[in-house]
Design a binder for this molecule. Structure first.
Ligand code: SAM
Length: 545
């Protein structure tokens, strides 16, 4: 079972929903303080990147009221080592952007440690911008003894030109700091072994005998492995030094009986390691076999900083069991929750934007058509919708777009949006390259006829087939008439659809309204049909008109 939360993860983690010691595995991929904005790039029906880009999240941190407040909280929490650490940082980082970032991270890492089970683990994905500071923060919060590995993920086998500036080496790695909650953290090294391919198998197994290929492996412990008196015994006239044999006498006798022990010319015993004895290559801390999500990758969602599924699958398989609970508190487009669902784990994802939450909902439903999960923090009724509209106009627009299945449109920071807040592409005959619906969202209490006229103009200008007007306030009579005067879009094969459709947030939430358009791309021909009530109401209005 899965749960998505929209909101600041600090508030969500401090809510009653998160009990102490309730989570098995945390993976977090917070913004790295790279001081840039990350754009979400949508695809057109033809699979090309569309013009619709939008800032998904800003990766810049500044000292301000929130940082000061969170800093104060750190000074007054129970772990005095954390207080000392953060005070020391402030001593030399002062009120810098890096200090704001570390304060934000320290507070959240404290909560994440609290919710982890004693057998749990945490993987913190970061890069060299802040990894050195974050290691100090993690050592202070989790304890240096609970540091397990720094995984170096080599993102590109062929780095892009832009990664090579003239005065430095190319930058193509991220760091993943892996900590256990205690020494009893789970770890399943064998579940993530990588099969050895035929070529590697041949180059390894250079010897041949009547039983087949093999390679020569050691039977004696090396000096660096230290003395093991209980493994020092005589076999076939040979007694090793104080380090001893690598196995007990019984095992050695069995190996010999199977024909897998041999003696070198200088009289040293060795073992024959057969391909069948090889369970695959073990994974070390350099991960160079998983490629970043490329522009043509099938799993690509267009979300900036999207991590590959294979990376998350490896982490989840190594550090959890089926049925365990995996948490990603900065879940972006939901790679960790997708991997968790695929591997039969329960999961929780948190993100601070509706853009991310809406995208994850679509991603999961596409990958797992039968999936059931809860979404918290998004408006469930009109009061919630009003509250969101009052708090954040853009979050409201993104959420309203997700209600009608539209891609949010335009960069909120760049210029006027010309009345378009979302786009839907559809295909209603095999030959067409894709048709377009423009969506206009209004979260204000006052709406009027000119807004519908503006939408009609946008539909014309964009060469779109249909315009959706999504409104929090109830539409007025003149608005209805203006919309009716827009006429119909005649689908080549599927009849007529109102060109300008007015949908209220109340109607969408109650599912008594829905956009109406024909769409071939959803498998078999499936009309996005409005419920009966809406059809009847439209008929009535048409007759009146
Ligand atoms: C680097 S992205 C994560 C990408 C993700 N691993 C994936 O594969 O898609 C970081 C995410 O953290 C979210 N975020 C930033 N601050 C947050 C906060 N305080 N609470 C919850 N989410 C936050 C951003 O909206 C963004 O989606």
């Amino acid at each position: 079972m899965g749960t998505l939360y929209y909101g600041d993860n600090l508030d969500v983690l401090r809510s009653d929903a998160f009990q102490d010691a309730s989570i098995d595995l945390v993976y977090l991929d917070p913004p790295f303080n790279s001081k840039r904005d990350y754009n979400l790039i949508f695809k057109t029906p033809k699979g090309r990147d569309s013009e619709a880009q939008i800032i998904a999240f800003e990766d810049s941190w500044h000292w301000g009221e929130q940082a000061e407040r969170e800093y104060e909280e750190l000074l007054h929490q129970a772990n005095t080592a954390v207080t000392e650490m953060i005070r020391s940082f402030r001593g030399f980082l002062d009120q810098s952007d890096m200090m704001a970032y570390l304060v934000m991270m320290a507070n959240r890492l404290l909560e994440l440690r609290r919710v982890l089970k004693p057998t749990g683990s945490l993987y913190l994905h970061c890069d060299p911008t802040a990894s050195h500071y974050l290691k100090v923060v993690m050592d202070t919060i989790f304890g240096p003894a609970n540091f397990v590995n720094e995984i170096v993920w080599h993102r590109y086998s062929r780095p892009k030109g832009s990664q090579f500036l003239s005065r430095r080496f190319g930058a193509s790695t991220d760091s993943i700091l892996f900590y256990g909650r205690s020494e009893n953290y789970k770890f399943h090294a064998d579940s993530i072994r990588v099969p050895i391919d035929e070529k590697e198998m041949q180059s390894r197994n250079t010897h041949l005998d009547e039983k087949g290929p093999y390679y020569s492996g050691p039977l004696l412990r090396s000096a660096s492995m230290g003395a093991r008196p209980n493994l020092v015994y005589e076999y076939q006239g040979f007694t090793p030094g104080p380090e001893g044999w690598r196995m007990t006498r019984d095992k050695l006798t069995e190996l010999d009986a199977q024909g897998d022990l041999f003696w070198t010319r200088s009289g040293i015993p060795r073992r024959k390691v057969r391909p069948k004895d090889n369970p695959g290559r073990q994974i070390d801390n350099l991960w160079a076999d998983i490629e970043a999500v490329g522009s043509q990758a099938k799993e690509r969602q267009g979300y900036p900083t999207q991590k590959p599924l294979a990376l998350l699958e490896r982490i989840i398989q190594a550090s959890s069991d089926p049925g365990d609970l995996v948490l990603d508190p900065f879940c972006g487009c939901g790679t960790a929750v997708h991997a968790a669902e695929k591997l039969g784990r329960n999961w929780i994802g948190i993100d601070i934007t509706h853009l991310a939450i809406g995208l994850i909902e679509r991603r999961l439903r596409a990958a797992f058509p039968e999936i059931q999960f809860d979404v918290h923090g998004v408006p469930k009724d009109l009061a919630g919708a009003r509250d969101l509209a009052a708090r954040d106009k853009y979050e409201f627009q993104w959420w309203a777009c997700s209600l009608v299945g539209a891609q949010p449109y335009q960069n909120k920071k760049k210029g006027p949006d010309a009345g378009i807040d979302g786009l839907i592409y559809f295909q209603d005959d095999q030959k067409s390259t894709g048709k377009k619906i423009v969506v206009s969202v209004k979260g204000g209490e006052h709406v009027g006829r000119t807004m519908i006229a503006d939408l009609k103009n946008s539909v014309e200008r964009e060469g779109a087939q249909i315009g959706l007007f999504v409104t929090l306030a109830e539409p007025t009579e003149p608005m209805e008439l203006e919309a009716l005067s827009g006429g119909f879009y005649e689908s080549p094969m599927h009849g007529a659809f109102r060109k300008i459709q007015i949908l209220t947030i109340a109607g969408l939430l109650a599912e008594t309204q829905a956009p109406r358009y024909p769409d071939l791309s959803r498998g078999a021909l499936s009309f996005r049909k409005a419920p009966v009530e809406q059809g009847q109401a439209e008929q009535k209005r048409l007759v009146e008109f």
